[in-house]
Design a protein. Structure first.
Length: 250
């Protein structure tokens, strides 16, 4: 009698949760990159507003207080406050979408390399919010995702010879390391500059605080550019691997 073919294998069920399937990260990646671009635009706006504040405060330091200077200071302060609100809203929206994308690529990476992850998949979200560990857990998870998503190539072996058993070459992590380093720097420098601005009372102190915030804005722009490159590269790696590998197409 004919024997029925065996059923297809079930989707991978990792140690960290229920079964997982490949899902395209492209849509979330595009949304993340778009929001990073919006944040960069607001950072540029903040730089422009900051120049206005520095100009007004410099006049106050050089020529003293006057009714005209007070009006200019009020307008500059209001504009700078608006820029800060816009930056905060952009940061919040970007963080939400980025974390959704980060979890998506983490789940996909578990399909590519079920045993290649040091942290459970729940940390792809929770690792950003738990104090202290959020300084290294997300990078550790990103490294595992990067390694699992990197293309694997086997060296050509002449006929009649066995394929040597050797660990695959470790993919370069320059972009990943640059993204994480800039992310940490923006967080630390931004907090220091914000506290400096909140505690500033005298014109000279206000001027120095605004200059520090402007330097933080420049760093934010650089970090956003690298983050866009990181999101784009990792998404492209996963998309290419899913389309060419045995796991299936996105």
């Amino acid at each position: 009698m004919p024997v029925a073919p065996p059923p297809p294998p079930p989707p991978f069920a990792g140690f960290a949760g229920p079964a997982v399937w490949l899902k395209s990260p492209v849509g979330l990646a595009r949304a993340t990159m778009a929001l990073l671009g919006v944040g960069m635009a607001f950072d540029v706006f903040s730089l422009w507003a900051g120049v206005g504040v520095v100009d007004v405060v410099s006049d106050l330091i050089d020529h003293g207080w006057s009714a005209d200077a007070e009006d200019r200071a009020d307008r500059a302060d209001t504009l700078y406050g608006v820029s800060g609100v816009l930056q905060g809203l952009a940061l919040l929206a970007t963080a939400v979408v980025f974390i959704c994308w980060f979890r998506r690529v983490r789940v996909n990476a578990e399909v590519f390399a079920p045993d290649g992850h040091a942290k459970a998949r729940g940390w792809a979200v929770g690792g950003w919010f738990v104090p202290v560990v959020n300084f290294w857990f997300p990078r550790r998870i990103a490294v595992d995702i990067w390694d699992a998503s990197a293309p694997t190539t086997a060296a050509a072996v002449p006929a009649g010879f066995e394929q040597p058993v050797a660990p695959p070459a470790r993919p370069r992590r320059t972009l990943l390391n640059a993204w994480w380093t800039l992310w940490l720097c923006t967080g630390v420098i931004g907090q220091v500059a914000s506290r400096q601005y909140e505690n500033a009372e005298e014109p000279e102190a206000i001027k120095q605080a605004v200059v520090s915030l402007m330097a933080s804005d420049v760093l934010n722009i650089a970090a956003a550019v690298v983050a866009i490159l990181f999101v784009r590269r990792l998404t492209a790696m996963q998309d290419a691997k899913a389309r060419s590998g045995p796991e299936g197409a996105l």
